[in-house]
Design a protein around this ligand. Structure first.
Ligand SMILES: [Zn+2]
Length: 242
């Protein structure tokens, strides 16, 4: 068995494809655990250089990647994360890469950090972005290879949340796959700070704030599906602790 963290302290590794996935994604959960004494590391596989919003029209890909990596550092600080590793796989082309390239990064993260739980995208990718789906696939493969009990939690939006975000086509976690619902209402200020770090993506954020009923009620819970090991029962847990 791999060594566990000190009693009651969890090590959580989040793996995402792009700068901002963590902020618009499970930032409430990452903040909640980081701020309550757990060790939370983020690994982002690309620098987001293929983005199309905001300054993308006037910056080279190199410049945009640098800007977005800086925004990601700001976001990690806003969430009080323990560590951040930014990789330089090609944004928009993860699905075209030999799987070994992504797997090597994720295996190295797992071996170095020895997390109790890994958080990544739901296999449907939330927005359906091929990079998201590829990152989810790589994480599942790397975790299954290790077969040491590390949990893999797939983050996504619930069906009810997706219905409220009517201006975008998003793919929810099917309700019957949700295993964890984390109340992050006390941590939304950290999530919002993290999102505001991603100034190049501010169009997305402005749009979300017009959602009927208010952004706080939309985002007060974050949803996960534990995909490995498959939990014996499909009850819904309200925390990530074992
Ligand atoms: Zn993304």
């Amino acid at each position: 068995m791999r060594p566990r963290a000190a009693l009651g302290i969890m090590k959580i590794l989040a793996v995402f494809a792009h700068p901002d996935d963590e902020a618009f994604g499970p930032a409430g959960t990452l903040s909640r655990y980081a701020l309550t004494g757990h060790s939370v590391r983020l690994a982002t596989l690309t620098q987001g250089e293929a983005g199309t919003l905001g300054p993308a029209s006037r910056l080279s890909r190199l410049e945009l990647g640098r800007l977005r990596a800086d925004e990601l550092r700001c976001s990690a600080r806003a969430m009080h994360l323990t560590a951040l590793n930014i990789y330089q796989l090609p944004d928009g082309r993860l699905s075209e890469l030999p799987a070994e390239e992504g797997l090597a990064i994720i295996r190295a993260e797992l071996n170095d950090f020895l997390p109790d739980a890994v958080i990544t995208f739901h296999s449907l990718g939330i927005s359906g972005h091929p990079d998201h789906r590829t990152a989810a696939r790589w994480c599942l493969q790397a975790i299954q290879e290790q077969a040491n009990g590390t949990r893999l939690l797939a983050y996504g939006l619930s069906e009810a949340q997706v219905k409220r975000i009517a201006h975008r086509t998003l793919v929810p976690i099917p309700d019957d796959e949700i295993t964890h619902v984390i109340d992050v209402s006390a941590y939304l200020e950290y999530k919002f700070r993290a999102i505001r770090c991603h100034q190049s993506q501010s169009e997305s954020w402005e749009r979300m704030q017009t959602i009927e009923g208010g952004i706080e009620s939309l985002l007060q819970n974050e949803h996960f599906s534990q995909v490995s090991p498959v939990p014996p029962k499909r009850s819904r847990e309200d925390s990530l602790e074992m």
